[in-house]
Design a binder for this molecule. Structure first.
Ligand SMILES: NC(=O)c1ccc[n+]([C@@H]2O[C@H](COP(=O)([O-])OP(=O)(O)OC[C@H]3O[C@@H](n4cnc5c(N)ncnc54)[C@H](OP(=O)(O)O)[C@@H]3O)[C@@H](O)[C@H]2O)c1
Length: 351
């Protein structure tokens, strides 16, 4: 994939996965500018999940566009077939590593900059000990190993309790006292990065993300699929925030310069609070199928306010209306999806 102009206007619709990948990995002008300042290599840990591959290729494309000599190294177990080849064929080096093995983490290459995407959420109810291990041991091993690096570590908006709609979303100084084992393990992930940041002076920035949307997974896809299948959309969890995954990836890499010791924390999401009912109606119009709703919207929801981060990095480039238009077309065409539901409806913290 070649580096494309960064300021291309978003396409009217996206027809193929190849086109989706092109749009999703197209770097913005700020990233192209800022990537030149990054010394090589850049390590991405937990790179084989939903976000990592497109993030890695986006940085590669930014480096190519800037003429920068930046090696991007994607590190994961690569449990899903094809991801490694997809990355390698786009100029990203891959290393297979089980980051739960401390001795394997110590052997990873040195790097001045690390992006940390490892996490485990789903399956917590069945095996909570694995969720705690992935979200606490891996951050500890990584923070020890990369004490000299700058680290951007992904966290989640789930670290907050449900918040009242009128408040406009949780802010970074709110208490981290959520419900459920996953969310508490995510708080622990943050606290361990903070502990090592204080102990070793490691600059770290924690990004509390909710929710990234792709056309192959995410809250918008799930609502659109229900409308298209003429199934009712449960609006009890009545509101949410989301951000186009390409924009989230852009902001994740650009946040490297915000790392500090002790850790800084920022919410990462889109600027608006979206109503599940209104989004369903919007998809109904786009897909010419009446949306049906069930339940009554509760006054509290999992909501974050990302004003602080957007005040520094700017607003996400892709409007939610654009993503909805793309999503409606994607669902109508019956294009491939990941089959990985977000469970954004969950209100009791059980995943
Ligand atoms: N996507 C969202 O909407 C969203 C929302 C809120 C927060 N986040 C946060 O953002 C981060 C990235 O999101 P994502 O959606 O890409 O997550 P994801 O799909 O769960 O990807 C994380 C990847 O980490 C790798 N991993 C897990 N355990 C590992 C281990 N022991 N050793 C090496 N690699 C391991 C896994 O790939 P392998 O099995 O191949 O190793 C996994 O696919 C997550 O940590 C999550 O907390 C994401």
């Amino acid at each position: 994939m070649t580096a494309a102009p960064s300021n291309t206007t978003p396409p009217e619709r996206i027809d193929t996965e190849e086109q989706l990948d092109e749009v999703m990995t197209r770097p913005g002008p700020e990233l192209i500018r800022e990537v030149s300042t990054l010394p090589s290599p850049l390590l991405i840990l937990g790179a084989a999940g939903k976000m990592g591959p497109s993030l890695a290729v986006r940085v590669r494309r930014a480096a190519e566009a800037a003429g920068a000599n930046l090696e991007v190294v994607a590190i994961s177990r690569f449990s899903s077939a094809g991801t490694r080849e997809w990355l390698e064929s786009r100029g990203v080096r891959t290393l297979s590593c089980d980051l739960l093995e401390r001795s394997a983490v110590t052997q990873l290459p040195n790097s001045p900059n690390v992006i940390y995407l490892v996490g485990l959420k789903f399956g917590t109810s069945q095996n909570p000990s694995m969720t705690w291990a992935v979200n606490t041991l891996v951050p500890s091993f990584v923070a020890e190993r990369f004490a000299q690096a700058r680290i951007v570590a992904l966290s989640t908006g789930n670290v907050y309790s449900l918040t009242s709609l009128s408040k406009g979303g949780s802010v970074e100084t709110d208490p981290l006292t959520p419900l459920g084992e996953y969310a508490n393990a995510a708080v622990a992930r943050e606290r361990l990065f903070e502990y090592y940041s204080r102990k070793n002076g490691t600059p770290v920035v924690l990004l509390r993300l909710n929710y990234a949307v792709d056309l192959r997974y995410g809250v918008l896809l799930e609502i659109a699929q229900k409308v298209w299948a003429r199934r009712p959309v449960d609006v009890t969890m009545g509101y949410f925030n989301c951000i186009w995954q390409g924009d989230a990836n852009e902001m994740i890499v650009r946040s490297l310069r915000l790392a500090e010791s002790p850790t800084a924390a920022f919410n990462l999401t889109g600027p608006e609070i979206l109503s599940v009912r209104e989004v369903a109606q919007g998809f109904g119009e786009l897909m010419e199928r009446p949306a049906q709703a069930t339940g009554v919207a509760t006054e509290t929801a999992l909501l974050s306010n990302a004003s602080r981060l957007c005040g520094i990095l700017g607003q996400p480039a892709t409007a939610v209306d654009t993503v909805m238009r793309w999503t409606a077309h994607w669902v109508k065409q019956g294009s491939r999806t990941l089959g990985k539901p977000t469970h954004f409806e969950v209100r009791d913290g059980g995943y």
